[in-house]
Design a binder for this molecule. Sequence first.
Ligand code: HEC
Ligand code: HEC
Length: 221
Amino acid sequence: MKRKLTLLASAACLMTAATASKADPSAGQATFEAQDCVACHYTEGPARETTIEDQLAKTGPELWYAGDKFVAEWLTAWLADPQPIRPMQFNSLTDENPGDHPALDAGDAADVSEFLMTLTSGVVEEGVVRVKKNAKGRQIFTKKMPCSGCHQYEGRGGDIMGGRTGPSLVDAGARLNPDWILAYLQQPETFKPVKMMPVFVGLLSDKDMANVASYVANFGR
Ligand code: HEC
Ligand code: HEC
């Protein structure tokens, strides 16, 4: 009897080891709920914000299209060691980001990342944007359009330049899916019906949106 129990226990150990080494989206969803991530983030679309006040009052960014937006490896690493992305507390022009986002241990971070990567909008076409040093995109970002007035990015000499209203785009290439950046510019009504970023539909052609997405997705690569 004792032997049988030991065998059962070691089988259970082996099973735990096997599951621990492989990230599990349903365990990730359970952790997301148990750790109260749901208090600040929603994970089911469509976008809920209907006014700019809703947008500014949000406690955390919506995550219902996380699987479209993020690079999986970046997401896993960030959940275990979160660093500020938005220099200001959300889109506020006055409050600094306190940089106190809750962190997960490595196993939970892998599971939660796996879960979040299952969340997609269904509208992002994959494989459209080719990431490269895009001279046209650079011109749009730094000169033709006011992007750099609101977003930090790494200048040629490695200096951090740009404005602080929007999320930092330093190392955006490690964080954001290039095809999502394009979709975000093309379909703001799907992802952010209201926000403090201007709509570029009608100002930039689809081709130039792809150029600027390609340029941004090259940051930090
Ligand atoms: C008290 C509110 C709050 C709680 C609780 C919270 N978050 Fe956040 N979360 C935020 C805020 C605010 C940001 C934006 C941080 C930044 O830009 O630097 C954020 C950012 C994120 C991001 C990046 C989103 C993006 O679009 O840039 C992810 C992913 C995330 N949180 C996941 C989680 C997970 C997983 C948990 C649970 C362990 C959690 N959050 C708990 C408020 C919260
Ligand atoms: C007036 C300020 C402003 C300008 C100009 C602006 N943005 Fe933004 N941008 C924002 C804000 C604010 C957000 C965040 C919205 C939110 O998460 O609620 C944002 C979000 C983004 C994101 C998503 C980043 C993330 O992590 O969620 C990308 C990519 C982006 N902008 C690229 C651009 C590009 C490219 C241009 C120029 C064509 C541009 N922005 C012009 C303010 C601006």
